[in-house]
Design a protein around this ligand. Sequence first.
Ligand SMILES: [Zn+2]
Ligand SMILES: [Zn+2]
Length: 551
Amino acid sequence: MYVEVILQRRLPRNFPTLTYEVPKGMKVKQGQIIQVPFGKQEVGALVLRTSAEKPKFQTKTVSAVTDVFLPPRQFAFAVWMSTHYKVQPHTTFQFFIPKQVWKDALKGKIRAESETAQEPEFSQKKAIPKALADFLSKFFIHTDSGSTVHTIFEQTRIDREKFYSAIVQRTQHMEPEGQVLFLVPEKFHAEYLSFGLPVFHGTLAETKKATLWHGVAAGKIRALIGTRAALLLPFKKLSCIVLDFAEHESYTEQRSPYYKTQEIAEQLAQQYGCPLISLSSAPNVESWHRSHPSQFTWQEPAAKIPTTIIDMEQERKKGNRSLFSEYLLAEMNKRFIQDEQILLVMNRVGSANALFCTDCNSVFRCATCLMPFGLRAGVLRCDRCRRTAQMPEGCPGCGNVELKALGFGTEKIEAELTQRFAKARILRLDRDTMQGASARRQALSQKKLEAADIIVATQVIHKPLVLKRLTLGAALYPDQLLQFPDFRASERAFQFLTRVRHLISNNGEFIIQSLMPDHEIYQKIALNTAEEFYESEIEARRMLSLPPFQK
Ligand SMILES: [Zn+2]
Ligand SMILES: [Zn+2]
């Protein structure tokens, strides 16, 4: 018998696999780790396929076999990934077998934490509301057509511990030996939301990875939380995959193969014939269209966060020169005195501005889209339609010749805040203060976030953090998001604002300050009519043949 293998080390591109002869009496199967001679060395190899046919060229002989192998389903999954993303098998398989597993296998050592199965132990036992249990039962209906994909639209924040333990209970009820995989975007989430479950991510110590790998392969680990790297673990009997915070940017792999987590999670669910449940507070339009999450809206009994839209042009006309509306300032004062936390978001640093008349306080707008013009290098410019106009001589409304561009950058906001809230602990999070990985980690440490009275942030804050004191959130100038000349502009704005609002505690409030207060996106957010937003967006894209309707 002969085997075609890849080596643990990378082989030249035009020569990616090798063939060896299997000595009589030795048993070898697909997916197995074996030892083969290579040059003057003995190296690890993984069996891709076996064949009875003698190749036309000379072959060396397999030196030894190990009892470590990639289970058939996981093997098929790796092959699918290589084909689908058009990469060499080696590139894919290296992610499926951690380095330490190779090393140990060749030494004949298996790392296992315990001999017995680890039943998932949630650190806190929480009662699962009957409504939630009933809701979840919809996802665990056996079908003959393989896996089922569901999207849960999380309108108000779901208690993760309750939700996760309900999923585990439900799975074990259906399949006592079944395994559950909870996927989260980043290591940070995995650690924060583990509730006592084992945690798997790409930067774990190699020995820890190996231990978990074997625990999962043996079926001893019944529930696990991890980043996308955990999808490649050798599950014995995967019974449910939960993809949490499904809209998160981190779900796209940054190195080859550049896989999308949602896509390969679906494929894996298919392999195991198990449900994939994705959970999102702001699903993208494509996945809404595919799975109609409106049927699967779960709401905690708590009330929705009320949303107020403030017309900032009117504010100036009333004589308010501040970057904050009177209403927002009053709310901020109130919350600050009560020792509650305030989050102010901007979607970009720097040069955002709008041109105002200093007398009647009218704002200058593009005649086509009615969006405020931005002023750059003496020229008025509409970001949406790219129309430009010369700086006007004076205000067409009142004839005043003094016009002024007002900026909305985070630095400016921080300066005004320091003045008004001298005693507040202000935390500024933007690209300038978060350069470099360690600054990023520091800025986002839970402790630091919890300690701040006022957080001023750009997009980077949009992580599903739990900030218990956070009761007031405000988007100061989200209009910019709607000004992008891109068909996804309204989708992004909708997701951005929805996710910010999602961070606010249940008794809190959300405020949008805008120069376009009547814009339908703001209105739909304020009225909590997400379904309408998705339906009209899908309709518009259908008419224009935009994704997901491309020909
Ligand atoms: Zn004027
Ligand atoms: Zn325009």
